[in-house]
Design a protein around this ligand. Sequence first.
Ligand code: UT7
Length: 328
Amino acid sequence: MAVKILGTGSYLPPKVVTNDDLAKTLDTSDEWIYSHTGIHSRHVAEEGECTSTMAAKAGRAAMDAAGVTPEEIGLIVVATSSPDYNTFPSTACLVQALLECPATGAYDLQAACAGFVYALDQARGWVKMNPDRKALVIGAETLSRVVDWRDRASCILFGDGAGAVVLGDDPAATDAPEAHTVLWADGKGAGFIYRDGGTRLPAPAGTIPIPYLVLQGHDVFAFAVRSLSQVTNQLCDKLGTTPADLDRVFAHQANGRIIEAVARRMKLPLEKFYLNLDTTGNTSAASIPIALDEAVRKGVLSDGMKIVLCGFGSGLTYAGTYLQWPYL
Ligand code: UT7
Protein backbone atom coordinates (compact mmCIF):
# COMPACT_ATOMS: atom_id res chain seq x y z
CA MET A 1 0.00 0.00 0.00
CA ALA A 2 1.04 3.64 -0.42
CA VAL A 3 0.00 6.44 1.91
CA LYS A 4 -0.55 9.60 -0.11
CA ILE A 5 -1.12 13.26 0.73
CA LEU A 6 -4.45 13.60 -1.07
CA GLY A 7 -4.95 17.31 -0.42
CA THR A 8 -3.70 20.29 1.56
CA GLY A 9 -5.42 23.35 3.00
CA SER A 10 -4.69 26.31 5.22
CA TYR A 11 -6.32 29.27 6.90
CA LEU A 12 -4.83 32.56 8.05
CA PRO A 13 -7.07 35.01 9.90
CA PRO A 14 -7.64 38.22 7.90
CA LYS A 15 -6.30 40.60 10.56
CA VAL A 16 -2.66 41.47 9.87
CA VAL A 17 -0.38 43.01 12.50
CA THR A 18 2.77 44.59 11.06
CA ASN A 19 6.02 45.31 12.87
CA ASP A 20 5.14 49.00 12.65
CA ASP A 21 1.86 48.24 14.44
CA LEU A 22 3.83 46.54 17.24
CA ALA A 23 6.22 49.49 17.46
CA LYS A 24 3.26 51.69 18.47
CA THR A 25 3.03 49.94 21.86
CA LEU A 26 6.45 48.31 22.28
CA ASP A 27 10.00 49.64 22.38
CA THR A 28 10.88 48.00 19.05
CA SER A 29 11.03 48.74 15.32
CA ASP A 30 10.41 47.14 11.95
CA GLU A 31 14.14 47.36 11.33
CA TRP A 32 15.02 45.41 14.52
CA ILE A 33 12.36 42.74 14.09
CA TYR A 34 13.02 42.14 10.40
CA SER A 35 16.81 42.09 10.75
CA HIS A 36 16.66 39.65 13.71
CA THR A 37 13.85 37.38 12.48
CA GLY A 38 12.97 37.91 8.80
CA ILE A 39 9.37 38.68 9.89
CA HIS A 40 7.47 41.71 8.54
CA SER A 41 3.94 40.89 9.68
CA ARG A 42 1.78 38.15 11.16
CA HIS A 43 -1.92 37.20 11.14
CA VAL A 44 -3.82 37.47 14.41
CA ALA A 45 -7.16 35.87 15.28
CA GLU A 46 -9.98 38.26 16.01
CA GLU A 47 -12.76 37.79 18.52
CA GLY A 48 -14.84 34.78 17.51
CA GLU A 49 -11.87 32.97 16.00
CA CYS A 50 -9.91 30.37 17.94
CA THR A 51 -7.80 27.29 17.31
CA SER A 52 -10.75 24.98 16.52
CA THR A 53 -12.42 27.38 14.08
CA MET A 54 -9.18 28.01 12.18
CA ALA A 55 -8.34 24.28 12.24
CA ALA A 56 -11.76 23.45 10.82
CA LYS A 57 -11.34 25.99 8.00
CA ALA A 58 -7.94 24.55 7.07
CA GLY A 59 -9.33 21.01 7.39
CA ARG A 60 -12.31 21.80 5.17
CA ALA A 61 -9.97 23.28 2.51
CA ALA A 62 -7.78 20.16 2.61
CA MET A 63 -10.83 17.87 2.32
CA ASP A 64 -12.10 19.91 -0.65
CA ALA A 65 -8.68 19.73 -2.32
CA ALA A 66 -8.61 15.96 -1.74
CA GLY A 67 -12.21 15.50 -2.91
CA VAL A 68 -13.01 13.71 0.35
CA THR A 69 -16.37 13.86 2.18
CA PRO A 70 -16.79 14.13 5.97
CA GLU A 71 -18.08 10.53 5.98
CA GLU A 72 -14.74 9.28 4.62
CA ILE A 73 -12.65 10.79 7.44
CA GLY A 74 -11.81 8.18 10.09
CA LEU A 75 -9.24 10.08 12.15
CA ILE A 76 -8.64 13.72 13.06
CA VAL A 77 -5.39 14.67 14.76
CA VAL A 78 -4.82 18.30 15.73
CA ALA A 79 -1.28 19.28 16.63
CA THR A 80 -1.52 22.33 18.87
CA SER A 81 -0.08 24.00 21.97
CA SER A 82 -2.89 26.55 22.13
CA PRO A 83 -6.06 24.45 22.41
CA ASP A 84 -9.50 26.03 22.84
CA TYR A 85 -9.83 24.57 26.33
CA ASN A 86 -7.33 24.15 29.12
CA THR A 87 -7.11 21.18 28.82
CA PHE A 88 -10.19 19.19 27.76
CA PRO A 89 -12.14 18.54 25.59
CA SER A 90 -9.57 18.24 22.84
CA THR A 91 -9.61 20.76 20.02
CA ALA A 92 -9.79 17.82 17.61
CA CYS A 93 -13.21 16.85 19.01
CA LEU A 94 -14.45 20.41 18.44
CA VAL A 95 -13.11 20.25 14.88
CA GLN A 96 -14.92 16.96 14.34
CA ALA A 97 -18.18 18.66 15.33
CA LEU A 98 -17.51 21.71 13.13
CA LEU A 99 -16.67 19.56 10.11
CA GLU A 100 -19.55 17.17 10.83
CA CYS A 101 -17.41 14.10 10.38
CA PRO A 102 -19.80 11.44 11.73
CA ALA A 103 -17.49 8.48 12.39
CA THR A 104 -13.99 9.42 13.37
CA GLY A 105 -11.51 9.18 16.19
CA ALA A 106 -10.19 12.59 17.25
CA TYR A 107 -7.39 13.71 19.55
CA ASP A 108 -4.88 16.51 20.07
CA LEU A 109 -1.15 15.98 19.92
CA GLN A 110 1.12 18.29 21.89
CA ALA A 111 4.69 18.34 20.64
CA ALA A 112 4.85 22.14 20.29
CA CYS A 113 6.31 23.39 17.01
CA ALA A 114 7.38 19.86 16.02
CA GLY A 115 3.79 18.69 16.53
CA PHE A 116 2.76 18.50 12.89
CA VAL A 117 5.64 16.15 12.01
CA TYR A 118 4.76 13.95 14.99
CA ALA A 119 1.06 13.96 14.02
CA LEU A 120 1.79 13.14 10.39
CA ASP A 121 3.78 10.09 11.47
CA GLN A 122 0.98 8.83 13.73
CA ALA A 123 -1.69 9.36 11.10
CA ARG A 124 0.44 7.66 8.46
CA GLY A 125 0.67 4.57 10.70
CA TRP A 126 -3.09 4.72 11.28
CA VAL A 127 -3.85 4.84 7.52
CA LYS A 128 -1.65 1.78 7.03
CA MET A 129 -3.91 -0.08 9.49
CA ASN A 130 -7.12 1.44 8.06
CA PRO A 131 -6.58 1.75 4.31
CA ASP A 132 -10.29 2.16 3.62
CA ARG A 133 -10.47 5.42 5.65
CA LYS A 134 -8.83 8.85 5.41
CA ALA A 135 -6.98 10.78 8.10
CA LEU A 136 -7.12 14.55 8.56
CA VAL A 137 -3.95 15.97 10.13
CA ILE A 138 -4.05 19.60 11.23
CA GLY A 139 -1.55 21.97 12.82
CA ALA A 140 -3.38 24.95 14.36
CA GLU A 141 -2.41 27.68 16.81
CA THR A 142 -3.73 30.86 18.41
CA LEU A 143 -0.47 31.92 20.01
CA SER A 144 -1.61 35.54 20.10
CA ARG A 145 -3.63 34.49 23.20
CA VAL A 146 -0.63 32.81 24.82
CA VAL A 147 2.19 35.34 24.39
CA ASP A 148 2.84 38.32 26.66
CA TRP A 149 2.27 41.32 24.38
CA ARG A 150 4.46 43.41 26.72
CA ASP A 151 7.51 41.16 26.11
CA ARG A 152 9.22 42.48 23.00
CA ALA A 153 11.72 39.59 23.01
CA SER A 154 9.02 36.98 22.36
CA CYS A 155 5.67 38.41 21.18
CA ILE A 156 7.14 39.80 17.96
CA LEU A 157 7.86 36.26 16.76
CA PHE A 158 4.44 34.65 16.74
CA GLY A 159 1.32 34.53 14.56
CA ASP A 160 -1.95 32.59 14.31
CA GLY A 161 -3.22 30.18 11.67
CA ALA A 162 -3.84 26.58 10.66
CA GLY A 163 -2.70 24.14 7.99
CA ALA A 164 -3.96 20.66 7.15
CA VAL A 165 -3.43 17.59 5.01
CA VAL A 166 -5.66 14.63 4.17
CA LEU A 167 -3.93 11.25 4.04
CA GLY A 168 -5.25 8.12 2.37
CA ASP A 169 -4.18 4.90 0.73
CA ASP A 170 -3.45 4.99 -3.00
CA PRO A 171 -3.96 1.34 -4.03
CA ALA A 172 -2.74 2.05 -7.59
CA ALA A 173 0.70 3.22 -6.43
CA THR A 174 2.16 -0.21 -5.77
CA ASP A 175 5.80 0.87 -5.98
CA ALA A 176 5.51 4.30 -4.32
CA PRO A 177 8.53 5.26 -2.21
CA GLU A 178 8.09 5.01 1.57
CA ALA A 179 8.63 8.05 3.75
CA HIS A 180 10.85 7.93 6.79
CA THR A 181 10.45 9.85 10.05
CA VAL A 182 12.68 10.55 13.05
CA LEU A 183 11.15 11.78 16.30
CA TRP A 184 13.26 13.18 19.13
CA ALA A 185 12.83 14.86 22.49
CA ASP A 186 15.09 16.30 25.18
CA GLY A 187 13.06 17.03 28.29
CA LYS A 188 16.11 18.49 30.04
CA GLY A 189 15.48 21.61 27.94
CA ALA A 190 11.88 21.99 29.18
CA GLY A 191 12.72 25.40 30.69
CA PHE A 192 13.79 26.90 27.35
CA ILE A 193 10.18 27.57 26.24
CA TYR A 194 7.25 27.04 28.59
CA ARG A 195 3.97 28.36 29.83
CA ASP A 196 2.56 27.76 33.29
CA GLY A 197 -1.08 27.15 34.13
CA GLY A 198 -1.07 23.37 34.35
CA THR A 199 -1.00 21.05 37.34
CA ARG A 200 2.58 21.86 38.31
CA LEU A 201 1.84 22.95 41.88
CA PRO A 202 3.38 24.15 44.00
CA ALA A 203 5.63 26.05 41.60
CA PRO A 204 9.30 25.19 42.09
CA ALA A 205 10.90 27.23 44.90
CA GLY A 206 11.86 30.72 43.84
CA THR A 207 9.57 30.82 40.81
CA ILE A 208 6.15 32.31 40.25
CA PRO A 209 3.76 30.75 37.74
CA ILE A 210 3.68 32.85 34.57
CA PRO A 211 0.56 32.44 32.42
CA TYR A 212 2.39 33.54 29.26
CA LEU A 213 4.86 31.94 26.93
CA VAL A 214 8.37 32.28 28.38
CA LEU A 215 11.26 32.05 25.94
CA GLN A 216 15.02 31.83 26.34
CA GLY A 217 15.72 33.05 22.83
CA HIS A 218 19.46 32.40 22.62
CA ASP A 219 19.26 28.82 23.89
CA VAL A 220 16.37 28.02 21.57
CA PHE A 221 18.18 29.56 18.59
CA ALA A 222 21.23 27.33 19.13
CA PHE A 223 19.09 24.23 19.71
CA ALA A 224 17.06 25.00 16.57
CA VAL A 225 20.07 25.19 14.28
CA ARG A 226 21.53 21.98 15.77
CA SER A 227 18.30 19.99 15.72
CA LEU A 228 17.08 20.93 12.22
CA SER A 229 20.48 20.07 10.73
CA GLN A 230 20.67 16.85 12.74
CA VAL A 231 17.28 15.43 11.72
CA THR A 232 17.80 16.31 8.06
CA ASN A 233 21.23 14.63 8.03
CA GLN A 234 19.86 11.60 9.89
CA LEU A 235 17.05 11.14 7.39
CA CYS A 236 19.43 11.41 4.44
CA ASP A 237 21.87 8.93 6.07
CA LYS A 238 19.06 6.44 6.72
CA LEU A 239 17.86 6.65 3.14
CA GLY A 240 21.33 6.50 1.62
CA THR A 241 21.10 9.96 0.09
CA THR A 242 22.65 13.36 0.77
CA PRO A 243 21.11 16.71 1.70
CA ALA A 244 22.38 18.08 -1.63
CA ASP A 245 20.01 15.62 -3.32
CA LEU A 246 16.93 17.15 -1.64
CA ASP A 247 14.63 19.32 -3.75
CA ARG A 248 12.98 21.25 -0.91
CA VAL A 249 13.17 21.56 2.86
CA PHE A 250 10.13 22.75 4.78
CA ALA A 251 11.66 23.73 8.11
CA HIS A 252 9.55 25.11 10.96
CA GLN A 253 9.16 28.82 10.18
CA ALA A 254 10.46 30.16 13.50
CA ASN A 255 13.03 32.70 12.42
CA GLY A 256 14.61 33.32 9.01
CA ARG A 257 18.02 33.68 10.68
CA ILE A 258 17.68 30.15 12.08
CA ILE A 259 16.93 28.77 8.63
CA GLU A 260 19.85 30.71 7.11
CA ALA A 261 22.17 29.26 9.76
CA VAL A 262 20.89 25.73 9.04
CA ALA A 263 21.48 26.24 5.31
CA ARG A 264 25.03 27.46 5.99
CA ARG A 265 25.76 24.60 8.38
CA MET A 266 24.47 22.05 5.86
CA LYS A 267 26.18 23.81 2.93
CA LEU A 268 22.85 23.99 1.10
CA PRO A 269 21.63 26.94 -0.95
CA LEU A 270 18.99 28.91 0.95
CA GLU A 271 16.68 28.54 -2.10
CA LYS A 272 16.12 24.89 -1.13
CA PHE A 273 14.35 26.06 2.04
CA TYR A 274 10.76 27.16 1.62
CA LEU A 275 10.24 30.47 3.40
CA ASN A 276 6.99 32.29 4.11
CA LEU A 277 7.49 33.58 7.63
CA ASP A 278 7.90 37.19 6.49
CA THR A 279 4.09 37.41 6.39
CA THR A 280 3.07 34.65 8.84
CA GLY A 281 5.54 34.87 11.72
CA ASN A 282 6.04 31.71 13.75
CA THR A 283 2.74 29.79 13.79
CA SER A 284 4.23 26.88 15.77
CA ALA A 285 2.60 23.52 14.84
CA ALA A 286 0.76 25.21 11.97
CA SER A 287 3.85 26.57 10.24
CA ILE A 288 4.86 23.50 8.20
CA PRO A 289 1.38 22.64 6.84
CA ILE A 290 0.67 26.32 6.06
CA ALA A 291 3.93 26.51 4.09
CA LEU A 292 3.21 23.17 2.40
CA ASP A 293 -0.24 24.30 1.30
CA GLU A 294 1.12 27.61 0.01
CA ALA A 295 3.77 25.71 -1.98
CA VAL A 296 1.12 23.41 -3.47
CA ARG A 297 -1.03 26.37 -4.48
CA LYS A 298 1.96 28.16 -6.03
CA GLY A 299 2.84 25.03 -8.03
CA VAL A 300 6.22 24.71 -6.33
CA LEU A 301 5.87 20.95 -5.75
CA SER A 302 5.83 18.28 -8.42
CA ASP A 303 5.50 14.49 -8.20
CA GLY A 304 8.62 12.69 -7.06
CA MET A 305 10.28 15.73 -5.46
CA LYS A 306 12.45 14.76 -2.50
CA ILE A 307 11.28 16.74 0.48
CA VAL A 308 12.17 17.03 4.15
CA LEU A 309 9.73 18.46 6.68
CA CYS A 310 11.50 19.32 9.94
CA GLY A 311 10.50 21.05 13.13
CA PHE A 312 11.68 21.85 16.65
CA GLY A 313 10.02 23.33 19.68
CA SER A 314 9.19 23.38 23.36
CA GLY A 315 9.73 20.14 25.17
CA LEU A 316 12.26 20.17 23.76
CA THR A 317 10.99 18.28 20.71
CA TYR A 318 12.43 17.90 17.24
CA ALA A 319 11.47 15.74 14.30
CA GLY A 320 11.73 15.26 10.57
CA THR A 321 10.09 13.39 7.72
CA TYR A 322 11.64 12.58 4.36
CA LEU A 323 9.12 11.97 1.60
CA GLN A 324 8.89 11.84 -2.14
CA TRP A 325 5.94 14.03 -2.94
CA PRO A 326 3.08 13.19 -2.55
CA TYR A 327 3.75 9.78 -0.99
CA LEU A 328 4.32 9.21 2.67
O1 UT7 B 1 9.15 27.92 17.75
C1 UT7 B 1 10.27 28.11 18.56
C2 UT7 B 1 10.16 29.45 19.20
N1 UT7 B 1 11.28 30.22 19.50
C3 UT7 B 1 12.30 30.58 18.67
O2 UT7 B 1 12.48 30.13 17.60
C4 UT7 B 1 13.20 31.64 19.21
C5 UT7 B 1 14.65 31.52 18.79
N2 UT7 B 1 15.38 32.73 19.14
C6 UT7 B 1 15.29 33.87 18.42
O3 UT7 B 1 14.61 33.90 17.41
C7 UT7 B 1 16.09 35.07 18.85
O4 UT7 B 1 16.87 34.73 19.99
C8 UT7 B 1 15.19 36.30 19.19
C9 UT7 B 1 14.61 36.89 17.91
C10 UT7 B 1 14.05 35.93 20.13
C11 UT7 B 1 16.02 37.39 19.86
O5 UT7 B 1 17.09 37.78 19.00
P1 UT7 B 1 18.57 37.91 19.55
O6 UT7 B 1 19.42 38.33 18.43
O7 UT7 B 1 18.90 36.61 20.24
O8 UT7 B 1 18.43 39.11 20.57
P2 UT7 B 1 18.85 39.16 22.10
O9 UT7 B 1 17.84 38.40 22.92
O10 UT7 B 1 20.29 38.78 22.21
O11 UT7 B 1 18.70 40.68 22.42
C12 UT7 B 1 19.64 41.64 21.90
C13 UT7 B 1 19.15 43.01 22.32
C14 UT7 B 1 18.82 43.13 23.78
O12 UT7 B 1 19.16 44.42 24.21
P3 UT7 B 1 20.51 44.68 25.03
O13 UT7 B 1 20.39 43.86 26.26
O14 UT7 B 1 21.62 44.21 24.12
O15 UT7 B 1 20.51 46.16 25.25
C15 UT7 B 1 17.31 42.99 23.82
O16 UT7 B 1 16.72 43.65 24.92
O17 UT7 B 1 17.95 43.32 21.60
C16 UT7 B 1 16.93 43.68 22.53
N3 UT7 B 1 15.66 43.24 21.99
C17 UT7 B 1 14.92 44.02 21.19
N4 UT7 B 1 15.12 45.26 20.72
C18 UT7 B 1 14.18 45.77 19.92
C19 UT7 B 1 15.03 42.05 22.17
N5 UT7 B 1 13.88 42.04 21.49
C20 UT7 B 1 13.79 43.26 20.88
C21 UT7 B 1 12.83 43.85 20.04
N6 UT7 B 1 13.06 45.10 19.58
N7 UT7 B 1 11.70 43.21 19.67
